[in-house]
Write a protein that binds this ligand. Structure first.
Ligand code: ATP
Length: 235
């Protein structure tokens, strides 16, 4: 459903992506692993229109989206959950969820989706009237994912969902990521520093080094790859 063809993305004169090509098929979880500064976040921002590529193509179901502004990319069903959560701290949990549905007019569908989200994350249901900023880090990550789900994504772009969270919470969040993928058939492009967890969650993976893809394969094969073991799994 998504195809990146030879993306080159720059910040001024700094080239962050050097001919990045990758694909995500319907129903897949794809992970992108790499060191700090490798270009993982830039890849997601290029797809979502926040850091448009200077050259190359981004195709969604065969149609180019790299010239579209971010709001129209969301309208096409591509929704990013940014690193560091970035929920609206002064709005309640429910209001944050409503913000995620800003492009939708189907009231009944929105109501059903909120109920579905509360079934995925019962903690958010308990805290539905609480300001987002008063939630714990893990709950804010749950809210950030939920807010993105309210836009009914076909493709969810997840940037470092494990960042700064306790292992038990990370485990819960990754279980729910898998559940969303299976139950909603949402394709997921996951950026993660925790390579072990990312590769155990994804179907396929790409390794990004200094702005270039250096390896890609089935996730279980990457888990067994000597270079990946050495550089990213500490083995
Ligand atoms: P991290 O895991 O640390 O977030 P990353 O793999 O996501 O790293 P990016 O954030 O995409 O990497 O950064 C890729 C390169 O682009 C880095 O060299 C970074 O310093 C540079 N970069 C990122 N954002 C900007 C910006 N707004 N202005 C200038 N350079 C930037």
């Amino acid at each position: 459903m998504l195809e990146l063809r030879r993306l080159r993305t720059y910040y001024g004169s700094i080239q962050a992506l050097k001919d990045v090509s990758l694909t995500v098929s319907e129903g897949e979880i794809i992970c992108l692993i790499g060191a700090n500064g490798a270009g993982k976040t830039t890849t997601l921002m290029s797809i979502s229109g926040l850091a448009p590529p200077r050259s190359g193509e981004i195709l969604l179901n065969g149609r180019p989206i790299h010239h579209l502004p971010p709001n129209l990319i969301v309208a096409q069903g591509v929704v990013q959950v940014p690193e560091g959560r970035r929920i609206f701290p002064h709005l309640s949990v429910t209001e944050n969820l409503d913000m995620g549905a800003f492009l939708r007019r189907d009231r009944e569908g929105i109501k059903n989706d909120i109920e579905y989200i509360f079934s995925l994350f019962p903690l958010l249901a308990e805290r539905r009237r609480q300001p987002g900023g008063t939630l714990s880090g893990g709950e804010q990550q749950m809210l950030a994912i939920s807010r993105a789900l309210m836009a009914r994504p076909k493709l969810l772009l997840l940037d470092e969902p494990s960042l700064g969270l306790a292992p038990m919470i990370v485990h819960q969040i990754f279980e729910i990521i898998k559940k969303i993928n299976i139950e909603q058939q949402t394709a997921i492009l996951l950026v993660e520093q925790n390579a072990n967890l990312a590769l155990k969650t994804a179907h396929r993976g790409y390794v990004l080094e200094n702005g270039s893809i250096t390896l890609h394969d089935l996730a279980h094969k990457l888990l067994d790859h000597d270079d990946v073991k050495k550089a990213y799994l500490g083995l």
